[in-house]
Design a protein around this ligand. Structure first.
Ligand SMILES: NC(=O)c1ccc[n+]([C@@H]2O[C@H](COP(=O)([O-])OP(=O)(O)OC[C@H]3O[C@@H](n4cnc5c(N)ncnc54)[C@H](OP(=O)(O)O)[C@@H]3O)[C@@H](O)[C@H]2O)c1
Length: 362
């Protein structure tokens, strides 16, 4: 496809102001500049970071109005010049744009932020190959660096929680999985997961303390914040560390200073953007290879609850937030590229029947 044959106008989901609902608008199809490519977007998941960005609360600020969608996949249909852009023209890529996001039909992305997908990986799993797989790798590396053989993981029923557990298993780090509802705990146990605790249990704090003692656990990965962080602080063994990487509760972590002082507790933040920026080009290539191998049947497999066509995408964030543990909601303009069998598309409903594994279906 040449730039001349592209439509002049396209559909895009736009967030007009902080916290405002998404709007479907017709906007001009953008043109790539030097070093950039134009991607015909196939799919982009809704991640919690997208919801934060739409509220104006994410670490990277984008001026409103903007198109969200921090990661995804699509086919490179035009290059704005440069060796890299020309070399990936026509290829299916995973991408993570720096400016406008991927909840639109066509997106301009720096060629440097596009990774060609091998022929064995379709656009569905490929769309989720950056944010969570890299974070899971990073966390298990953190555990190894600190010499820890166990760690507590909160929000353990979500996509990243699943990856942390699977990556931990691969590398010999036992995960104590914390979820917020007993039904989620039961689901995980049915899947054969050990060490699952739900915060709605009467004896949660005692049970978490016991597991930490049993496994000599001194490390926690916390995506929840608020009261959860203080409960982790109380349960961890002395000289423990809490890595805060999310604030799903929308509440500030409150930890008793006595716990920090007398147990020698450390608390620090983790942000993938910063972690990735510190990696050399060679390391990034190695990480990409490892993730591509793990997208199909490995630790980076992601469940998809629903594929929502772009033109119906304005309601997709609400649908996703209703039951995040069900699986990712993918916004898609091109279901043919997804390579997913029996993709549940169309007007949305949430049901366990919709659960399926993207990678397994590819
Ligand atoms: N710092 C970084 O660099 C970085 C990188 C990647 C991910 N993250 C963070 O990692 C977290 C998980 O991401 P994900 O992709 O795995 O999301 P996800 O697949 O949507 O899963 C989110 C999970 O969190 C649970 N949850 C939501 N609100 C909660 C609350 N108030 N208390 C306890 N649990 C709650 C959900 O349970 P329900 O089903 O009950 O809603 C669900 O199991 C997010 O906070 C995200 O921002 C951070």
């Amino acid at each position: 496809m040449s730039i001349d044959t592209l439509p002049e106008m396209m559909n895009a989901l736009i967030v007009p102001a902080p916290g405002a609902p998404l709007e479907l608008r017709r906007i001009p199809t953008p043109s790539p500049g030097p070093g950039e490519v134009l991607v015909r977007v196939a799919a982009s998941p809704i991640n919690p970071s997208d919801l934060l960005m739409m509220r104006g609360d994410y670490g990277q600020k984008r001026p409103f109005p903007f198109v969200p969608g921090l990661e995804g996949s699509g086919r490179v249909v035009a290059s704005g010049g440069g060796f890299l852009g020309r070399s990936i023209k026509g290829k299916l890529v995973a991408c993570a744009p720096e400016r406008d996001g991927l909840w639109q039909e066509y997106a301009v992305v720096s060629a440097k932020r596009c990774v060609p997908l091998p022929s064995t990986i379709s656009a569905g799993p490929g769309a989720m190959s950056f944010v969570n797989p890299l974070t899971a790798i990073a966390f298990v590396e953190e555990a190894a660096r600190a010499g820890r053989r166990s760690a507590v993981s909160t929000a353990a029923g979500g996509a990243l929680g699943r990856m942390i557990r699977a990556r931990g298993k691969e590398k010999g780090v036992t995960i104590i999985n914390v979820v917020r509802r007993s039904e989620q705990a039961a689901t995980l146990r049915e899947e054969g997961v050990q060490h699952v605790l739900a915060t709605d249990m009467d004896n949660f704090d005692a049970a978490l303390g016991e597991r930490c003692a049993q496994l000599d656990c001194r490390l926690a990965f916390d995506a929840v914040g608020g009261e959860m962080t203080s409960r982790l602080a109380e349960a961890l063994r002395p000289d423990g560390e809490i890595l805060i990487y999310g604030g799903l509760s929308d509440e500030k972590p409150a930890i008793d200073p006595a716990t920090i002082i007398f147990k020698g507790l450390s608390v620090r933040g983790f942000w993938l953007t910063q972690w990735s920026a510190e990696k050399s080009f060679l390391r990034q290539v190695m990480l990409t290879r490892e993730i591509h191998a793990a997208l199909q049947g490995g630790f980076a497999e992601t469940r998809v609850a629903q594929v929502v066509p772009l033109i119906e995408g304005a309601s997709a964030p609400r649908l996703y937030a209703e039951n995040m543990s069900l699986g990712k909601v993918l916004i898609s303009t091109d279901t043919e590229e997804l390579g997913l069998a029996d993709v549940p598309t169309g007007p949305t409903k949430t049901s366990k029947d919709l659960l399926f594994s993207a990678a397994a279906a590819a």
